[in-house]
Design a protein around this ligand. Structure first.
Ligand code: BG6
Length: 463
């Protein structure tokens, strides 16, 4: 398939619902959301009810001219205990989803794992435990075997960088801790599990291509001097090459290892024999979730931390921000625009990042696997959603993508996050990203937003 992929994306826990149907086991998000720790009590139990409405969703997606759909497989729908017995009903569900995509001429773009770790593995230390990497590779092998003749595009793991950062530094995802050392270990095992899966994919000589999805940020500075350039290099290691070098070159940047050692970070989980696995785990393409650039400045003081504005009430002081002790701090552009949750909206986000990737890795194929705007959308008096604010920002990002493509960046696809409104890990159902509005009060009825028609037109102009 050579045509550019214009699609949109979802993830299993965020849209499927049916948390305990047809033999599905518990993931760590099921358990967390059902626990007292989840103060708001909001969960993905029903979510957007994709489990029962997948046909309608894929049909609507195809109707808008999209030719690709990115979705993830739920590990515990397929292997309820994380390891061992396979649940045929789980396999059957995804066979139906894939068959529906094909019926509507939509390319299925599959993510094997998107945050929903089996609870049984979480109980044994989750991604900090090397055994989880092995279990992931076994699970991936089951998926390859079940769907390999129907899938051209696989990605192993969604955002090992971001999931581990939220779980172990921000502390807003399970296991809700703040520990840079533990984060590094979890990230390492996620990358190892991905490499093991890619190795199986290569050994079995399956058809198709395989990548990994991460969320790089174009690192930028507002002052051009030696101190700023140095921290930009640190941030580049931290945000980007800690993942991208591993999946493109098969090993970690030496500067990263040296810097981690100098910072006193424990690296005893790194085994000499893993290098061969990482070498075998080199990907065919980069899946890139693009939301932000990052501005950095020299570190001044304080422990490593990352703040996210989870309340959705942006003011001048509560932007998302980070400190990585001894490495860098985030900076702010006083003229920048922010979304209600404190994330900067920067028009050249995608353009700058594609140019950075081209400079670092040449012509490796890139798919923008997520790009989206989370806002409070509301139905107007006519029962419609006029999300002009979303259209304005997406328009700028897509134009940046087309500009980068015209300038030689090897970008082959673009997926808007998200296909329809769905559960946001931290912000529940308030923060909406969808091209299609989900009326949670009325049986999850679907209502295409203005941005859905905008995308239809944009695709038509550019296909
Ligand atoms: C991406 C994730 O990083 O961000 C998605 O892959 C997530 O799963 C999206 O929903 C938006 O995040 P949030 O926290 O704004 O819902």
């Amino acid at each position: 398939m050579s045509e550019f992929l214009w699609g949109s994306a979802t993830a299993a826990y965020q849209c499927e619902g049916a948390w305990n149907e047809d033999g599905k086991g518990l993931s760590m998000w099921d358990t967390y959301c059902h626990s007292e720790r989840n103060e708001g009590g909001i969960s993905g139990d029903v979510a957007s009810d994709f489990y029962h409405r997948y046909e309608e969703d894929i049909r609507m997606l195809a109707k808008s001219g999209q030719n690709a759909f990115r979705f993830s497989l739920s590990w515990t729908r397929i292997i309820p205990d994380g390891v061992g017995a396979v649940n045929q009903k789980g396999i059957d569900f995804y066979l139906k989803v894939i068959e529906t995509c094909r019926r509507y001429h939509v390319e299925p773009f599959v993510t094997i794992y998107h945050y929903d770790l089996p609870e049984s593995l979480y109980q044994k230390g989750g991604w900090e435990n090397r055994e989880t990497a092995v279990a992931f590779a076994e699970y991936a092998a089951v998926c390859f075997e079940a769907f390999h003749d129907k899938i051209n595009f696989w990605t192993t793991i969604n955002e090992p960088d971001y999931e581990s950062m939220c779980g172990y530094i921000v502390g807003n995802y399970p296991p809700h801790v703040h520990d840079v050392s533990r984060r590094s270990k979890a990230l390492y095992h996620m990358l190892l599990g991905s490499a093991m899966a890619v190795k199986i994919f290569r050994d079995k000589q399956y058809n198709g291509q395989i990548g990994l999805v991460y969320t790089p940020s174009s690192v930028q500075i507002r002052v051009d001097n030696e101190a700023y350039r140095q921290v930009a290099e640190n941030a580049e290691l931290y945000y980007n090459t800690a993942v991208s070098d591993v999946i493109v070159k098969g090993w970690f940047p030496e500067k990263l290892i040296a810097k981690m050692q100098a910072s006193g970070l424990n690296l005893d989980y790194v085994k000499a024999e893993d290098k061969a696995v990482f070498q075998a785990g080199i990907v065919d393409f980069l899946g890139v979730n693009s939301y932000n650039r990052v501005l950095v400045k020299p570190y001044t003081a304080g422990e490593s931390t990352m703040f996210m504005n989870n309340k959705g009430k942006q003011n001048k002081t509560n932007h998302a921000s980070s400190i990585i002790k001894g490495w860098f701090e985030t900076d702010f552009d006083p003229k920048a625009k922010y979304n209600p949750w404190g994330s900067e909206i920067y028009p050249d986000t995608i353009y700058d990042m594609l140019k950075d990737i081209k400079q670092m890795y040449g012509d490796i194929p890139v798919y923008i696997t997520e790009s989206g705007i989370g806002t409070y959308d509301e139905l107007n008096a006519e029962g419609k959603v006029d999300d002009d604010y979303r259209i304005e920002i997406l328009e700028g990002w897509v134009d940046g993508l087309l500009r980068a493509k015209a300038e030689g960046c090897n970008v082959l696809g673009y997926f808007i996050w998200s296909t329809m409104d769905l559960y946001s890990w931290i912000n529940g159902y308030e923060k909406r990203y969808g091209l299609v509005y989900v009326d949670y009060e009325h049986d999850c009825q679907r209502i295409p937003k203005k941005s859905y028609s905008w995308y239809q037109k944009k695709i038509k102009e550019n296909l």
